[in-house]
Design a protein around this ligand. Structure first.
Ligand code: MF3
Ligand code: CO
Ligand code: CO
Length: 288
């Protein structure tokens, strides 16, 4: 038990009674009613949020550069080289390099690849391809994680629509982020939108808490029911990153590299990833 006149656990320097006491009471009330609630270690301080935003500047600079230079004839290794160079020039560290054995500085997932594509000199982008570039940056110990889709040359109307619809699906999810609502509300909004467009959302892989580690609690699903999963308390930081397939939701993992995820039915898949922190009146974007 913290004394009401003791310094708050969030290191604001304020007395507990003037800082997070009401917050903790609210958390306890949700816990009592059976909800999953975040521990204090998941609630980001202003200093941590500032650190993540600094990491995000590098993260977004990498993705901006990719957007300006990607095109037919570029290899996914070229993208890896760009991300590696820019990240280091700006004082950061590519988080994926060596992460659980992942061999490259960025994930590049083309067409029916759902996620965790490994950059290679052999994979040359062609006219009509769609590709997700997922970049994660460490700066000063803080993490930024976001990804974007890119369309190479003349893509089919269906592929373009998928890419645009999944971007909108993320916006639908973002609009459902409200303090003291649940992650299940957000995931349900994403899933409902994607289903209404005739797509399916990947079930096995989702988003995650992030900030002082690459993958923190909670795990974030986008096929949830409303009023389930963790309560979105102010200060909770996580990603909205649904993977959406044009065909069925089923996926498999490349047996040779044990990383790259594909759609089972070879249909196209798209994903955008945005990192946010929950605020008192909604959310604040950190990296996108
Ligand atoms: N950036 C991915 C995410 O959004 C994780 C990639 S892990 C890796 O969570 F090992 F494949 F790089
Ligand atoms: Co990512
Ligand atoms: Co992520």
């Amino acid at each position: 038990m913290i004394g009401r006149n003791s310094p708050c656990w969030c290191h604001s320097g304020l007395k507990y009674k003037n800082c997070h006491e009401v917050f903790d009471q609210r958390i306890e009330e949700f816990r009592r009613r059976g909800y999953k609630v975040p521990g204090h270690e998941l609630i980001k301080t202003p200093e941590q949020i500032k650190g993540c935003k600094e990491a995000a500047e590098i993260n977004m600079a990498c993705l901006d550069y990719v957007g300006e230079h990607i095109g037919a004839g570029i290899s996914t290794q070229d993208i890896d080289d760009w991300v590696s160079r820019i990240t280091k020039e700006m004082g950061g560290i590519p988080a994926t390099l060596g992460y659980e054995g992942f061999p490259k500085s960025v994930c590049t997932s083309i067409n029916s690849q759902v996620c965790h594509g490994i950059p290679s000199e052999e994979d040359i982008l062609e006219d009509g391809d769609i590709i997700n570039v997922d970049c994660t940056t460490i700066f000063n110990g803080y993490y930024a994680d976001s990804s974007r889709m890119f369309m190479i040359g003349d893509v089919s109307p269906e592929a373009r629509k998928l890419v645009e619809d999944v971007h909108e699906a993320v916006n639908v999810g973002l609009r459902a982020i409200k303090p003291w609502k649940t992650l299940g509300d957000m995931g349900a909004a994403v899933n409902e939108f994607c289903m209404s467009k005739g797509y399916s959302v990947v079930r096995e892989i989702g988003g995650h808490g992030v900030g002082i580690d690459f993958h923190e609690e909670p795990w974030v699903s986008y096929v949830t029911k409303p009023d389930t999963e963790m309560v979105m308390a102010p200060g909770l930081m996580f990603t909205v990153e649904p993977m959406v397939n044009m065909g069925k939701a089923d996926i498999f993992i490349d047996a040779e590299n044990d990383w790259t995820v594909y759609t089972d039915d070879d249909s196209l898949s798209a994903q955008w990833e945005v990192q946010i922190v929950v605020t008192e009146d909604g959310y604040e974007p950190i990296s996108w």
